[in-house]
Design a protein around this ligand. Structure first.
Ligand SMILES: Cc1cc2nc3c(=O)[nH]c(=O)nc-3n(C[C@H](O)[C@H](O)[C@H](O)COP(=O)(O)OP(=O)(O)OC[C@H]3O[C@@H](n4cnc5c(N)ncnc54)[C@H](O)[C@@H]3O)c2cc1C
Length: 392
């Protein structure tokens, strides 16, 4: 595998890093305190073409690859994980299902605004009894009527759905039980399907935001669906293929999520190195203490490894090689790296690292979710174990 970036990717990386350093970073503390997603920054990201990076020009995309999206996510996460996850989930979970499984009509309806960043989409999989075990889905969708008048009537609740309640959220893909069959052993097999729910549909409610430990700027809501009626044509992909389809979406999504983690790990390293050179204690910079220097060397090793692991998974995905295990390894390794670097960076910053105005404090609060979201560390271990042919 060649891990060199192309000239276009280097240019993209430079452009997004500059935007992150000059626009996102200076405002990050304010938005974190206000706990709101800055729509003006999302609009700028839309104008920069970030939401359309891996999609073809015919839908308004940039014609790049999934690795390009990951580079942009990584560059943003160095300074602000909430902004980075808005892009990562917006594309990886919001747009990708429509792009991969949508009919031409569905793509033409939804993609142009989503790719331009004028609209955002969510992906509603998680429920109170369906997190790590997505087969626990209880939301139901019942087909009523025939022909062109047929509608899905959807009832249920979803938990923790990113980008689902912003002023520009136009659609959420939800997973629902659309039928069931009995296996030979008598147990029930649920038929899971994905359905597009426009957010202005009566009965769809994005409930008030959560009070989260971190990712304060990212938009996250529980959703309630009460007798939500959408046309039968809003089925996304084949009926009954919902489970298989979202597993593919989650596999890909883990690579972009890993890039987010790698960016966070790098941001923590940068902050620790800078501070260790300037902070003088006992008459000399703290970085001259071998214990501090080794801590920072370890942080660099983690950040470097994190970058390489998502690149490896992304390169394989783009080359249409098997990438499931690599994506899980990347998600697990990079989220651990981010959490470890956030803890170490805060330690290097001492008491100042515990003050929310400093980026390391935000990374410290933000990084825990990296080991939980888009499949916990334990779920990644289960996937890797199964890929190795062992039972988990
Ligand atoms: C901020 C945020 C944003 C999110 N965004 C989205 C989104 O946009 N869309 C969406 O659908 N979901 C979203 N989620 C949900 C997220 O993906 C889930 O929280 C996650 O998958 C874990 O599910 P759970 O919380 O139900 O934990 P559980 O499944 O209840 O797990 C609890 C603990 O048990 C462990 N565990 C469970 N089973 C096993 C086992 N067999 N072996 C070993 N350990 C096990 C888990 O690893 C975990 O540590 C988001 C969550 C958060 C917090």
């Amino acid at each position: 595998m060649n891990y060199d970036l192309t000239p276009q990717q280097l240019e993209l990386q430079k452009r997004v890093r500059e935007f992150a350093d000059t626009v996102v970073a200076p405002a990050a503390y304010q938005y974190d305190t206000e706990r709101r997603l800055p729509m003006e920054i999302i609009a700028q990201m839309g104008e920069m073409g970030l939401f359309g990076l891996p999609f073809p020009a015919e839908y308004g995309g940039g014609g790049g690859t999934y690795a390009d999206l990951c580079l942009a996510v990584e560059a943003l996460a160095r300074v602000d994980q909430s902004i980075a996850v808005t892009l990562e989930a917006g594309v990886g979970l919001g747009i990708m299902p429509i792009f991969r499984y949508g009919t031409e009509e569905q793509k033409r309806r939804w993609l142009p605004d989503l790719l331009a960043g004028r609209a955002l989409a969510g992906f509603g999989l998680t429920e109170a009894n369906a997190g790590s075990d997505a087969a626990g889905t209880e939301t139901t969708a019942v087909l009523e009527g025939d022909g062109e008048d047929a509608v899905w009537v959807i009832n249920g609740t979803k938990q923790f759905i990113t980008n689902s309640g912003t002023p520009i959220t136009s659609v959420v893909t939800i997973t629902a039980v659309t039928g069931q069959s009995t296996r030979p052993d008598g147990s029930i097999k649920k038929e899971l399907s994905s359905i597009l729910v426009p957010t202005d549909t009566p009965g769809f409610t994005a409930e008030p935001s959560y009070d989260k430990v971190g990712w304060h700027t990212s938009d996250t809501h529980p959703l309630t669906l009460t007798d939500v009626r959408v046309p039968a044509a809003n089925l996304l992909g084949e009926r009954g293929r919902g489970y298989a389809n979202f597993l593919r979406i989650l596999d890909e999504g883990r690579i972009a999520f890993a890039a987010l983690c790698a960016g966070a790990a790098e941001g923590c390293f940068d902050e620790a190195l800078r501070y260790a050179k300037q902070r003088t204690v006992f008459g000399h910079p703290i970085g001259e203490n071998q214990y501090v220097a080794f801590k920072i060397a370890n942080m660099q090793a983690r950040a470097h490894t994190a970058h390489l692991t998502w690149m490896d998974a992304a390169k394989k995905m783009v080359a249409e090689m098997p990438f499931k295990m690599e994506a899980s390894i990347a998600k697990m390794v990079t989220s651990n790296a981010a959490m470890d670097n956030a803890r170490d960076a805060t330690q290097v910053w001492g008491g100042y690292g515990f003050m929310n105005e400093n980026a390391v404090a935000r990374h410290y609060r933000d990084s825990k979710i990296l080991e939980i979201g888009e499949g916990t560390t334990e779920v990644q271990l289960m996937i890797i174990t199964r890929e190795l042919g062992l039972s988990a």
